[in-house]
Design a protein around this ligand. Sequence first.
Ligand code: DMJ
Length: 525
Amino acid sequence: EGRAQPASGAPPARETRAPFRFDYERFRRSLRHPVRGGRPGEDPETRARRMKIKEMMKFAWDNYKQYALGKNELRPLTKNGHIGNMFGGLRGATVIDALDTLYIMELEEEFQEAKEWVEKSFDLNVNGEASLFEVNIRYIGGLLATYYLTGEEVFKSKALELGEKLLPAFNTPTGIPRGVINLGRQGTHPHKHFLCGMSWSWGWASAGSSILAEFGTLHLEFLHLSELSGNPVFAEKASNSQPGPLHPPGVMNIRRVLNRVEKPQGLYPNFLSPVTGSWVQHHVSIGGLGDSFYEYLIKSWLMSDKKDSEAKKMYDDALEAIEKHLVKKSAGGLTYIAEWRGGILDHKMGHLACFSGGMIALGAEHAAQERRQRHMELAAEITSTCHESYARSDTKLGPEAFRFDAGSEAMATRLSERYYILRPEVVESYMYLWRLTHDPKYRHWGWEVVKALEKHCRVEAGFSGIRDVYTTTPTHDNMQQSFFLAETLKYLYLLFCEDDVLSLEDWVFNTEAHPLPINHTDFKA
Ligand code: DMJ
């Protein structure tokens, strides 16, 4: 599509190709539902709650804009900006993460402010050690989603330019990318994008390994980069070339490596060597370090309009091993997913692992009858356990990790695990479970979170995380995380929207809640 065909009889010496152009209008016609807006005749209380969440988003944005625009995140107590060390020299993480939420909530003026910053101030030629994963999920994901929602070229071109800068990270003996990359401009070699970035493994990851949740959370965005650019390099490899030093393989190759390596009891450990392609440590977790790898398998299948059966099989097999080895019930009857360290269970669930209620429900929707019921029950039970971790705290917000040992049930037992940093995973699961069951308890639970955020996290100049969920005189951590605007507030808002606003029939959410379109293969223009 969009490529010029050589005219018959024309001299074949030079290939003439029209530049590839993604057909945005055609894509918009392929959507089955409008993307935003209220619906006539809706319940006034639901609308009022949605409007409250919109007000929270405006408050979070306005304060970021006033005190931290151009920095990555807002420090709401000291009223200044935070840069951090995850994005190399990139700036404006909150701008990029907020764009699609502002758009969906119809905060038009604020959306224009964010867009203007991208047009005038977003600089991609910056040195510094950036996390491939974080840049992909927040920046590439945010830019792609905003392009698909608005059709504004600036978001597409920035996404593609940044995407190219990430490619050198794949240049390893196995094609499994390393975790850290320098995005700076270096060298002018014809194949410059293979030279301009140096990449490393994280200093803290054992023996130079790459992390499952990092290299396993690129697929959705990289397939869209290929789709929008017409360049297969992101998904697979440069056309007409074998993968090699100058043509590293794209994301599809990651699965090949994972399918080759033996999995202990069918489980995927969190650390893999990008040099040998074997596991470095046997730690398995559906929370931090593992989480979004599983999420991207089921979402890859959904995004492909259920054509990517390899991803579906990998998801089904992984979930079966998780059910068999990691899903447990506490003495008090709470279902949870434990972690696994070389065969020994750690009876702990991180807040991060609470996304899995939503993921399992989403997968269950499309499973055969017997599995569907079992998985829907499992999803509801896990979501309810995560709700308990909130309900059992004094602030009604949940801790970073909670345990099921030494008589404890769904509560943090260590001082260092009592904090809440505005994370989205629990409300994310409420949103999916609401959409898939319409059980009113999910909206009720979501509203409890809104009230708790207002009471304990809202400060004069934005929202802040808290250091201890078990005290009602909280100490604030002075950080308004960019994912609060990208995810927490977006999922809360969607919980109080009709189902056809960003419908699950048209969109999959990347792991930072940026919506990417499903490729409707049966669509006729
Ligand atoms: C987000 O950046 C993403 O949801 C990621 O997958 C996990 N961590 C944060 C939110 O907690």
